[in-house]
Design a protein around this ligand. Structure first.
Ligand code: TPP
Ligand code: MG
Length: 580
């Protein structure tokens, strides 16, 4: 296909060719030429957001809900810099997005022109790759390459910065175009010898654990994970990014590890003799003090990104490959071990694991003053909306309770900002999720602090017909900050009290945005309020849940301490129950 057109038309045509159906963005001078042909596209819907950060998080939500690449668009300078946070977020959580930004005309680059920012330089460390396009002939190929890079190997954000004159000039649009990516070979088959070694360890270990990270969800390997778990009988822990990779209800599931993980999951890792890390990256929030983490464990570490292996913890058996390939090969290799009569005996291990699980289940206290327990609200949303709904969280206490108290039965049912921990993620990300999966119920569970960072996207949702449901867990505080101040700063609550019980009034704010606003402050009304929200499917709904101001997230491993020092309540440590 060769056709004469402007660079801007070539951009839109290329987006159509790679299968884009939604772009979230805001126009401005440098990107304006692209918005003109975009107006005519029958395939690409542009969702006009209220802040570029919202466009970026929406693209992330869309990507995670659909498995496709999410797309956001902004103008040069401030438009582009407003995308920096979601780009960093996508980089940390390996989310495939393509950010397209206008740049000042090529002749003006480097002159401090109006709205000039070196967004390529700024995003260099937080993108998988970025491009500056100054020749319209490069636009089509660059878009093809950007989508390929974002979605293959370890997924991540790619920036395409296009000079205004490249959008305005004419060009012969050619499609398809051969990609020019020498040295980029992301599809590596796992090494057979390493797989055999991993299978041998897995069938001889006494206390193995499958330590599952977000890579398993990205590789769509949940079925294979379940098969391997059931084949070996090894316990599974799923990180914040891997919730649902194995159903929470599965008997081999020990819960979430880490700072706010279950005692069973944390104990399993600490006392294991073999960690099989699958698409996980030994994040400090999982390991606690790294030199005390799982001291007796050998490590098999499988990841598609070789840079992850032995980054934080030495891997005895490194395996580079896509988690689905790794798991498929491991299943075969374990079957071979079994056939040769080598099968692990984990009876003692499971006796220990079950004891922890039974003694220390996740739970919460009902506040004595009659106020609402935030955990109860979140638990009931999960039970009423059920495992088919999709849940998006902000960052803070409510995020941890959303991880703890909703039962995830499917991979990808929980979407949150894990690595960067970006307050303001929930509302725009939920918007992108709902846009990508319009037939699914989408709940954003947000904090009163987070909500005040990006709630303007409710206007976008109302106008564009994207009926998300938002539960604001309103504790009047930057609750996670308050929790740390309670525990580690002598209850000196410096600047964590938002006083947001009525300023702003979230119900009236919701109504101002064209949404339905509801309020609930008593346990007796929780179900009725959630049910009411479940019945409203034509406009977004916001529920202001007024909850106890001082609830805390437990268990907790204090930052920088050992997982062995996990507390199940203030000054209360679990009894590990073994004498050694
Ligand atoms: C953009 C950003 N700024 C600051 C922080 C630090 N931080 C982490 S949690 C938190 C409090 C969040 O408050 P809220 O949204 O009310 O949630 P809660 O903890 O009360 O559930 C803060 C300020 C952050 N994670 N992100
Ligand atoms: Mg709060």
């Amino acid at each position: 296909m060769t056709e004469r057109m402007t660079g801007a038309q070539a951009l839109v045509r290329a987006l159509e060719q790679v299968g884009v159906d939604t772009v979230f963005g805001i126009p401005g001078g440098a990107i304006l030429p692209a918005y003109d042909p975009l107006f005519d596209s029958r395939q690409v819907r542009h969702v006009l957001v209220r802040h570029e950060q919202g466009a970026g998080h929406a693209a992330q939500g869309y990507a995670q809900a659909t498995g496709k690449v999410g797309v956001c668009m902004a103008t040069s300078g401030p438009g582009a810099t407003n995308l920096v946070t979601p780009i960093a977020d996508a980089y940390m959580d390996s989310v495939p997005i393509v950010a397209i930004t206008g740049q000042v005309a090529s002749g003006a680059i480097g002159t401090d022109a109006f709205q000039e920012a070196d967004i390529g330089g700024i995003t260099m460390p937080i993108t998988k790759h970025n491009f500056l396009v100054t020749d319209p002939a490069d636009i089509g190929r660059t878009i093809a390459e950007a989508f390929h890079i974002a979605s293959t190997g370890r997924p991540g954000p790619v920036l395409v910065d296009i000079a205004k004159d490249a959008l305005q000039k004419e060009v012969d649009f050619v499609w398809p175009q051969p990609m020019q990516l020498p040295g980029y070979r992301p599809a590596i088959r796992p090494h057979a010898k390493q797989i055999r070694e991993a299978a041998r360890l897995l069938t001889t270990a006494k206390r193995p654990v499958l330590y599952v990270g977000g890579g398993v969800i990205k590789a769509r390997a949940a079925d294979e994970l379940r098969t391997l778990a059931e084949l070996t009988g090894a316990p599974v822990v799923t990180t914040l990014m891997a919730k649902g990779a194995l159903p929470d209800s599965h008997p081999l599931h020990m819960g979430m590890p880490g700072m706010h993980g279950s005692v069973g999951a944390v104990g399993a890792l600490q006392q294991s003799d073999l960690l099989v890390a699958l698409g996980a990256r030994f994040d400090d929030r999982v390991t606690g003090r790294i030199d005390t983490f799982a001291p007796d464990a050998k490590v098999v570490h499988a990841d598609i990104d070789p840079a992850e292996i032995s980054k934080n913890r030495h891997a005895d058996v490194p395996i580079v490959g896509d988690c689905r390939d790794v798991l498929t090969d491991l299943i075969t290799a374990v079957r071979n071990e079994h056939a040769a009569g080598r099968k692990g005996d984990h009876e003692d291990w499971w006796r220990q694991l079950s004891a922890w699980r039974e003694t220390y289940p996740l739970g919460y206290e009902t506040p004595a003053d009659g106020s609402l327990a935030p955990q109860q609200v979140i638990q009931r949303i999960g039970q009423i909306a059920g495992p088919d709904a999709l849940y998006v969280a902000g960052v803070g206490q409510h995020q941890m309770w959303t991880a703890q108290f909703i039962g995830y039965e499917r991979p990808g049912a929980f979407i949150n900002s894990g690595g960067l921990g970006t307050m303001g993620f929930a509302v725009p990300a939920a918007m992108g999720v709902k846009q990508g999966r319009p037939d699914t119920t989408v709940w954003a569970i947000d904090g009163d602090g987070c909500f005040q960072m990006t709630n303007q996207e409710l206007a976008t949702c109302a106008i564009e017909g994207i009926p998300i449901k938002v539960a604001v867990i309103n504790n009047g505080n930057l609750g996670m900050i308050r929790q740390w101040q309670t525990l580690f700063y002598n209850e000196r609550y410096s600047n964590s009290d938002l006083q947001s019980r009525r300023i702003p009034d979230f119900v009236r704010l919701a109504e101002a945005y064209g949404c339905v606003g509801l309020r609930c402050d008593s346990a007796a009304e929780v179900d009725a309020t959630i049910n009411k929200a479940m019945e409203i499917n034509d406009v977004p709904v916001v529920i202001d849940f007024i909850v106890h101001h001082d609830a805390m997230v437990w268990p907790m491993v204090a930052a920088g301490t050992s997982n062995d020092d996990i507390k199940i309540a203030r000054d209360l440590a679990p009894d590990w129950g073994n004498d050694d």
